[in-house]
Write a protein that binds this ligand. Structure first.
Ligand code: AMP
Length: 468
């Protein structure tokens, strides 16, 4: 997934970028980095670790300048190493001139990389961001194109999801794939500083009131001359109906205080909860309880619709971080056990509706149910805010193989039994479509296999889900 930020026009660009990156820490916890331009030199600092571990007043004081881009990384493609962390800084004959950070995955990465390698381009990492920036620089240098033409060329040839910030010595560029799969929002604060981020909560923290979506296939340039919104290439432009925003951003990934794709994340989650409650007219229970924090608003929507008490029976240790984002299964298992504890003397004899956002590999929920049962609960009715995840995401979410997805290994009733709950229901995909309703289109490929952009070399995409 990852998070990006960009700042233009502040003497505190590095400090502002660090704050915005910290606000987006939930989008990636493996590594982070920042590139800052003072008009002459672009300096880069990136390391494995959390924003507050990597950036302190000392490191920030070595990053002077008015333009900054930053990135928090959650590894999807490529190993968890410093080489794969972002931003990527490209050396030209004239020194380091271009730094870039991107969120999303390139579907035809292998093919484009092979073409570029045949052309003599050398890669230090397996990361999409490096491919994007080197593609742009190659277009500019060997084909004598302007930076805008180079980005447009990239938009035609390089397929996939990319919400991207690019810093040159004197400008900040922001651009986004034609389907606008990953979120990206920008604005200006009262002092005229331009801020762009993956999520609007990062703009809130920097007191940016005005905010706009970066348009599909759009390129925005911030420079001392002002901000220019460069027209979309008519061959690439998608109308709002043709976009394919990631529905999973609303269900799980984004912070509930963010607003993207024209909707408030928390409201979409409440609507999901209400839709789940509608399937349960006859269900009798004592209370509704989320797996915190991602499912809190889904559970609130459900509880309000059913007129049941909402309770937080599971208490989270906030210092464990997001369990799913750990690269190895063994680390994930351990994190789940460390992450949750039960309210004492709370569950005995109770019938609970347990709400979670999704089941992917099945690790989290199995362990949570085991824990709740130790509290003496009478019944557990598990409700999921997403349909079954049956298909890998090729656009930036870490579900690498079909085999890892529990929905492809067992039928739903078997999953219920293995999880140890009394009943198990997912939201229906058509009900989910009604929870987002502002006229823009979403990508549901992880549920239904309907991929907006296909990598034809991957047969994986065409398999069916087991489902029943
Ligand atoms: P699992 O334990 O593999 O079934 O993972 C499911 C849990 O991980 C959900 O309850 C979410 O909280 C979280 N999750 C689901 N999908 C993702 C994802 N793509 N990236 C990060 N976390 C996720």
């Amino acid at each position: 997934m990852c998070g990006i930020v960009g700042i233009f026009g502040s003497a505190q660009a590095a400090e502002m970028a660090a704050l915005a990156m910290f606000t987006e820490q939930h989008r990636g916890q493996e590594s982070c980095g920042m590139a800052v331009s003072d008009g002459k030199v672009i300096r880069l600092h990136k390391k494995m670790g959390l924003v507050k571990e990597v950036f302190n007043s000392d490191t920030l004081s070595h990053l002077p300048g008015n333009i900054a881009i930053g990135h928090v990384r959650y590894p999807t493609k490529g190993s968890a190493t410093e080489f794969n962390s972002q931003p990527h800084l490209v050396e030209t004959l004239y020194g380091p001139r271009y730094a870039l950070a991107s969120n999303g995955d390139i579907v035809n990465y292998r093919q484009i990389r092979e073409e570029m390698e045949a052309d003599g381009v050398y890669f230090n990492s397996d990361n999409d961001g490096e491919l994007i920036v080197k593609y742009i620089v190659r277009e500019m240098e060997s084909r004598d194109q302007s930076i805008i033409d180079a980005i447009r060329h990239l938009m035609k040839e390089v397929k996939g999801a990319y919400s991207t910030v690019l810093a040159t010595r004197d400008a900040l560029y922001m651009f986004r794939d034609p389907y606008s799969i990953r979120p990206m929002v920008w604005g200006r604060n009262a002092g005229g500083v331009v801020v762009v981020a993956s999520e609007s909560c990062a703009l809130d923290i920097l007191e940016v009131q005005q905010r706009f979506e970066v348009p599909p296939a759009g390129i925005i340039r911030a420079h001392n001359d002002g901000v220019t919104i460069i027209e979309n290439d008519p061959n690439l432009y998608r109308t709002a109906q043709e976009t394919r925003h990631c529905i999973f951003e609303h269900i799980y990934f984004s912070r509930p205080d963010s607003h993207h794709f024209g909707e408030n994340v928390f409201e979409v989650r409440e609507a999901i909860g209400r839709a789940l409650a509608k399937q349960d007219n006859d269900l009798e229970a004592d209370l509704v309880m989320p797996v915190p924090d991602s499912s809190n608003f889904i559970a609130m929507g459900y509880a309000q619709a059913k007129g049941l008490p909402f309770s937080l029976g599971l208490i989270r240790n906030h210092y464990v971080g997001r369990t799913f984002i750990k690269p190895l299964q063994t680390i994930r298992d351990e994190s789940v056990r460390q992450k949750f504890n039960l309210l004492p003397n709370f569950f005995a004899g109770k019938r609970i509706v347990l709400i979670d956002d999704s089941i992917v590999r099945g690790t989290t929920i199995r362990q949570i149910v085991e824990l709740i049962k130790k509290g003496g609960v009478k019944e557990i009715h598990l409700r999921l805010g997403s349909p079954q995840v049956c298909h890998p995401c090729y656009y930036g979410i870490d579900t690498p193989t079909r085999e890892e997805l529990v929905a492809n290994r067992f039928a739903l009733e078997e999953i219920r039994q293995r999880t140890g709950v009394d009943t198990l229901k997912h939201i229906d995909i058509n009900d989910l479509r009604h929870c987002v309703g502002n006229g823009t289109e979403y990508c549901y490929a992880c549920f239904n296999g309907d991929y907006p952009i296909r990598d034809t070399s991957s047969a994986d995409q065409f398999h069916e889900c087991i489902r029943s």
